[in-house]
Design a protein around this ligand. Sequence first.
Ligand SMILES: [Zn+2]
Length: 572
Amino acid sequence: MARILITSAIPYINGIKHLGNLVGSQLPADLYARYNRGRGNEVMFLCATDEHGTPAELAATKAGKPVDEFCAEMHGIQTDIANRFGLSFDQFGRSSSPQNHKLTQHFAGKLAEAGLIREVNEKQVYSNADGRFLPDRYIEGTCPNCGYDKARGDQCENCTKQLDPTDLIDPRSAVSGSTDLEVRDTKHLYLCQSKMKDTLDTWIDGKADWPVLTTSIAKKWLHDGDGLQDRGITRDLDWGIPVKKGDQDWPGMEGKVFYVWFDAPIEYIACAGEWAEANGKTDADWERWWRTDKGADDVKYVQFMGKDNVPFHTLSFPSTIMGSNEPWKLVDYIKSFNYLNYDGGQFSTSQGRGVFMDQALDILPADYWRWWLLSHAPESSDSEFTWDNFQQSVNKDLADVLGNFVSRITKFCRSKFGESVPGEGEYGEQEQVLIADLTIRIRAYEAHMDAMEVRKSAQELRAIWVAGNEYLQSAAPWSTFKTDPAKAAAQVRLGLNLIRLYAVLSAPFIPTASASMLSAMNTLDTSWPEDVQVALNALPAGHDFKVPDVLFAKITDEQSEEWQARFSGTRY
Ligand SMILES: [Zn+2]
């Protein structure tokens, strides 16, 4: 039994994520977690909300709530949506947890001991009215280049010119609108990533099996221009993890917190500590996943993320881990994704464009979305959601192929043999051909799933469903029954067993429908079909079942058009 540690990129706290976010990390991570559990492997699947930083503070202010209260509430909302999408995290943690506070401070202390942290004096804009330093993008003013009056301190959105806050004409605070700003001296800590450059380069060279998308992004950041740069790890904010060196104060850093990018990936580890606490486990129970000196040396660690997150996971987080000189588990494989676009444009959280997770579940159950998103995952290039494609894919794959198969065979059996598996007849040549074909296809499906080839896995699974339909079409038990009822019984017995087999194979993609199929087949047997012949005899003669309700309703043209119109505008 293999041990697989899986983390999904952690979603930011301020708002509900759209389907593009979902398919870029959490959903394929869930697919892989469910598949590995189905194969009998030991899985630890972790995700969390990323809660620190200025956007969370501002969203809380806008909502009229203290930031900790706001984050707790939003974490509850994201947890609920994750559950309803069937995301089977072992723990959905919070980067603001006490475990992450302690661990982030611990890493900072170890990095300082290793000489990988330096102090830098900087000048930063301070807002007297707001009583705080302002990050560049929270300063607004008139662009010196084009005259746009809502240019941000880091960039003008109108003409795209990169700016410094001091370039702006009539600068003001984006928080309060106050123009009472001044430039003050402040001190920050930097992680010396440049010192880790060669170590990281060698490490990534050893990852020949990683997707090109992952390694090419990492290499670009390592070598382009002046190469990998040191990076600030602290901020002048109230909301965050206080800067400490382990459990000691850090002289000169009082009142400052760690920068969100530094503490967020450490939450992957802290989250396992949260899991242990929530489940009455010991430190040893979570450390055997994360400490190679405490049992994690046989763990395979896989990360899932969108391509925008690759630099942090290939360079910054590994710098933290390797730089600590402690035996923490490093990632073994990074599965990264391109972007999913929405109906001729981009999904956008800030503009509310596209379908968001809560809206999706308001109109259809999770499995419809899971199937479409995974079977169209943006792996080799960006992909696009359109309502036409969604309607066609759901109707054809789920309703016509899988749903129809289940409905036909169970209803036919009920009408001729009753609601129990018929015992007459033997599997003949046609059945042996099907078993041989399915054996080849299931081994191919396993290979694609093991390689995290999401689209290929979906294609192979669909081909497995089609094979059953084609068998049923050509065996035609409804005709056979008239001349050879025993043979028809054997055909039906195989068909009913195929439903159980399909439920087991399909569970990673469509867990709810899979559970309905198993429930209809009145079985708890979810054993993986290592031997297809054996698997197709799992439900014995005389075993009772029930004809299930319709598994997948077709999407009508009216629905598709209505939804297209409803989601053509913006959310807010
Ligand atoms: Zn401009």
